[in-house]
Design a protein around this ligand. Structure first.
Ligand SMILES: Nc1ncnc2c1ncn2[C@@H]1O[C@H](COP(=O)(O)OP(=O)(O)OP(=O)(O)O)[C@@H](O)[C@H]1O
Ligand SMILES: [Mg+2]
Length: 368
């Protein structure tokens, strides 16, 4: 695969505001990242950091009072697609968007219960999605595809007649994933797909997502507040704080060479199922009010390393050094003009295990 056809989604300088009586919420500001074909790209950040707003902007699902203030979301066609120009998702008209969504890009929402219609059976909901895009298939063909889809996500076909309330939370989320897969999309945005589930079911579903991705070759943008989970399943990841990306790189680099104090804090805020036990430190304080951000770095009031420049000068997202162009961070601690002796030593940490993890659900059965 060449560099040109490696990328499937290239998000450039997206901004989203929410307008309210109490002021304009700058939920996403100047965010750029790209996702490669066949990879899982992780987006992490605390509650309110703008993850869902960004995902909804890319999927064109935002509603009033949200407004996209700028940017592009370029979707690159498959290498064998006759059309070679990228599509700017933000410029698609209603009809183009209808054709694009589900076929090229689908989204799995945070809460399966909200995504599913409570008064329709699983079968009807899957078939409705198929019928919208392929209106002329035979009844049996719809049914066969529905059977195939539920089997793919580990649900017995007998459950097709069930209504959402008759299924467990994990099964409902699997149904939502089946619907997202119905039209063989090339990219799936998953917004906290497992957050509401207990840890065993969460692991099972993550394992399922990895297997399906490996079988069908789609790409995933996986959103969660749990950075340690992303470091287990993602190829590349970006960390958001107060509507901006503060650090971005491949998984190994984020783990081996964590730069931003916020990333550092997030990595130490969640327990991991793998590696040695570690102390959960958390991050002191609260995320800022997005209507009224502090001057300089938005993280400075919570940062143990904040210097004068952090309180006054906004740090832009920059390559950490010339030899690591794909590792970006927005932090003054790595600016040699401001920190001639380098960043504080206490920011470096030893990584115990940064090998890629395949989520094995039986790890839970065996205990640790
Ligand atoms: N309809 C709205 N009107 C005004 N502000 C909103 C609206 N929806 C979201 N926001 C604000 O936008 C910011 C980003 O919200 P968003 O839901 O994107 O965050 P998130 O990172 O997905 O959080 P979570 O982890 O809780 O899902 C928050 O400050 C939120 O309060
Ligand atoms: Mg969200």
């Amino acid at each position: 695969m060449t560099a040109q056809n490696k990328v499937i989604l290239d998000v450039q300088h997206i901004g989203v505001d929410y307008f309210s009586r109490s002021g304009t919420v700058h939920a996403v500001s100047d965010v750029s990242f790209s996702v490669n074909r066949g990879e899982i790209f992780g987006l992490a950040g605390e509650s309110g950091s703008g993850k869902s707003t960004l995902a909804f902007a890319v999927a064109r699902l935002l509603k009033f009072p949200a407004e996209i203030t700028g940017g592009r979301a370029l979707f690159y066609p498959k290498p064998d697609d006759a059309r070679s120009e990228p599509i700017d998702i933000l410029q698609l008209n209603k009809k183009e968007l209808r054709d694009f969504r589900w076929k090229k890009l689908s989204i799995v929402f945070q809460s399966a219960m909200n995504a599913l219609n409570p008064v329709l059976s699983v079968q009807t909901q899957i078939i409705d999605t198929l019928r919208t895009h392929h209106p002329h298939l035979h009844r049996d063909e719809y049914y066969q595809r529905a059977v195939e889809l539920v089997k793919m996500v580990g649900i017995a076909p007998e459950r097709l007649k069930s209504f959402p309330h008759q299924l467990s939370g994990g099964m409902r989320q699997r149904v939502v994933i089946a619907i997202a897969l119905a039209l063989n999309p090339e990219l799936i945005i998953m917004d906290e797909p497992t957050t509401a589930l207990d840890v065993v079911v969460q692991r099972e579903i993550l394992s399922e997502i990895q297997n399906l991705k490996n079988t069908f070759g789609f790409s995933v943008v996986f959103i969660t507040h749990d950075l340690s989970l992303l470091t287990e399943i993602c190829d590349h990841l970006a960390i958001m704080y107060a509507g901006k990306i503060v650090e971005q790189s491949n998984r190994q680099t984020i783990m081996r060479n964590t730069q931003h104090p916020y990333t550092h804090g997030l990595l130490h805020s969640f327990p991991s199922l793998y590696g040695e036990k570690k102390q959960i430190l958390g991050i002191p304080g609260h995320p800022p009010d997005l209507r009224n951000l502090p001057p300089g770095c938005a993280f400075h009031p919570r940062c143990a390393f904040a210097a004068e420049s952090c309180r006054t000068v906004y740090p832009s997202l920059q390559p950490v050094d010339a030899s690591a162009a794909d590792h970006l961070t927005a932090c003054h601690l790595y600016d040699p003009r401001l920190q001639p002796n380098g960043p504080p030593k206490s920011l470096s940490r030893q990584v115990v295990n940064d090998e890629p993890q395949t989520i094995e659900t039986d790890i839970l059965a065996g205990g640790q």
